[in-house]
Design a protein around this ligand. Structure first.
Ligand code: ADP
Length: 491
């Protein structure tokens, strides 16, 4: 891969849609307001995008409401074909989609290509699920009645996505919504709206009818979304973001008892036992820690290594982290991009400084990068104590905190010493121990001898304060389906 020219960067940003997509129309915000989209690797303005207010939100929800009945009646095969065409278009347009994502979000181009592929897979997966929606026909226990159980679309859905995976978090919700026959209003994160707007264009080109997918970009998410949620017109909210915002939204959903799917924060433990293959564990840690430059809710947030192997593990990990090239994601060979904004960069710095103050040692890194972008160096810390803030708070940056442990019971207690429960990783070659630990850790997902578990064909989601519901897999579509019982008298 060679570095991208400035002309190509400019051309891709110029060609990207920058207006709201409501009822099949591209339009400015009613107020005429726009918001700034920055390149986090330079801190410079990329472009301006329409900034929706409450009225635009209402327009979008009314469009989704109006389109719902007709869309629910579109034959499953036709809905599947729309998703398959969108899947194919994503591959055809991957160069532009990946570059746009790198420019607005900062992730290295290779990671952006990976995300385009991952995001497209949700469309293929849910295209395949569309024609498998089924029900049941059953004899009542007393024999005097029959039960027909059928699945129906939940109805218009509100979808809110974060900035760290600007495309994949959208396709993970739009795929099952369309498969199930639900219309939607999607609000992407204001830091990274361009990827989602480009996706909306692509879905229009794939033949998704007007009003079925509506995109509302806004700098005032709370003001725009709260009345829509409280109205009860939408019957479902699917949210990916922080636990704090997720809790607020759950309260708002309670008013009209909306169905909810919540993919919230994480605080993954990564456990390396003394019988693990250390090279495999280091590779796993690189993936679990450095995917998306650490800006992932699945990122290894606390790395527990058996005391007998921690020095060797730390040395190997530091060597790998030290080789990583930090820079603008569009430059050749760059493996770690900037943090998404100055706030995120400051948060990472604050957490590292706090850990060092609490007694952690810096093995490598430990500071912000140079230049005007929001960079932070790949960092390895040793002897991170439970009193460090990063033991409890998501780092969301390229920082690997190591803590030694002595016994299996101790490390399971530590892993579970958090209100989160999204994913944990376990490295050991003892099968019985692997299963025992996998069953004992409190999380919706466990990686055994691997540093990444997310796959569109598998159920993704957390327990405890990491969320409700599962996305992907064969259950992802159920989040957008209601179960209806039709009881029939037979005597
Ligand atoms: P992060 O801290 O990773 O940015 P957030 O939870 O703040 O996570 O953001 C995730 C998504 O939720 C973004 O699209 C953001 O705009 C949106 N969001 C933030 N606050 C609210 C709110 N009060 N109501 C609705 N959406 C919100």
């Amino acid at each position: 891969m060679t570095s991208v020219t400035q002309d190509r960067e400019t051309a891709v940003v110029e060609a990207a849609p920058k207006r709201l997509y409501i009822n099949g129309q591209w339009r400015d915000a009613r107020s005429g307001e726009t918001l700034e989209v920055l390149d986090p690797s330079t801190g410079q303005l990329l472009c301006r995008v329409a900034d929706a207010s409450e009225e635009d939100g209402w327009d979008a929800l009314r469009a989704a409401e109006a389109a719902q009945k007709e869309f629910a009646a579109v034959p499953p095969r036709q809905r599947a074909d729309m998703l398959m065409r969108a899947f194919e278009l994503m591959h055809q347009r991957k160069d532009d989609l990946a570059l746009l994502m790198t420019l607005e979000m900062g992730k290295p181009l290779a990671d952006a290509y990976g995300e385009v592929n991952y995001a497209a897979e949700f469309f293929r997966h849910f295209a395949e699920e569309t024609t498998r929606i089924n029900g049941n026909y059953q004899t009542a226990p007393a024999g005097n009645a029959r039960f027909i159980v059928r699945k129906e679309p939940v109805g218009p859905s509100l979808l809110i996505t974060p900035w760290n995976f600007p495309l994949a978090m959208g396709t993970r919700k739009l795929g099952p919504a369309i498969a199930a026959g639900c219309t939607s209003v999607l609000k992407p994160a204001e830091l990274t709206p361009l990827s989602m707007l480009a996706l909306a264009q692509l879905m229009e080109d794939a033949g998704v009818p007007a009003g079925v997918v509506n995109i509302v970009v806004t700098s005032t998410a709370g003001t725009v979304m709260e009345p829509l949620i409280r109205s009860g017109i939408a019957r479902k909210l699917s949210f990916t973001g922080s636990t704090a915002v997720g809790k607020k939204l759950l309260e708002q959903c309670a008013e009209k008892v909306l169905r909810t799917s919540m993919e919230l924060g994480g605080n993954a433990g990564f456990v390396v036992f003394d019988d693990a293959d250390l090279d495999q564990a280091v590779e796993g840690a690189m993936l679990a820690k450095m995917r998306n430059s650490g800006e992932a809710c699945t990122a290894a947030n606390r790395i527990f290594v058996h005391r007998s192997v921690i020095d060797s593990f730390a040395e190997k990990l530091a060597a790998r982290m030290g080789e990583l090239k930090l820079g603008r994601g569009v430059e050749d060979g760059v493996q770690v991009g900037p943090m998404v904004d100055a706030k995120q960069q400051a948060k990472v710095k604050e957490l590292v400084d706090d850990a060092v103050g609490a007694g952690a040692q810096v093995v490598i890194g430990g500071n912000t990068g140079t230049g005007s972008g929001f960079f932070y160096q790949p960092t390895v810390l040793k002897e991170v104590p439970p009193s460090a803030r990063m033991w409890r708070e998501e780092i969301f940056g390229p920082v690997a905190p190591l803590t030694p442990f002595d016994t299996e019971d101790e490390v399971i207690d530590w892993v579970n010493d958090t209100e989160y429960g999204l994913v944990n990783y376990v490295f050991t070659h003892d099968l019985t121990r692997a299963l025992r630990v996998a069953e004992s850790v409190e999380s919706g997902m466990v990686g055994l001898n691997q540093g990444a578990v997310s796959n569109p064909a598998a159920p993704f989601g957390g327990i405890k304060e990491s969320g409700l519901g599962r996305e992907g897999g064969d259950t992802g579509i159920d989040e957008f389906l209601e179960t209806k019982l039709i009881g029939i008298a037979m005597s």
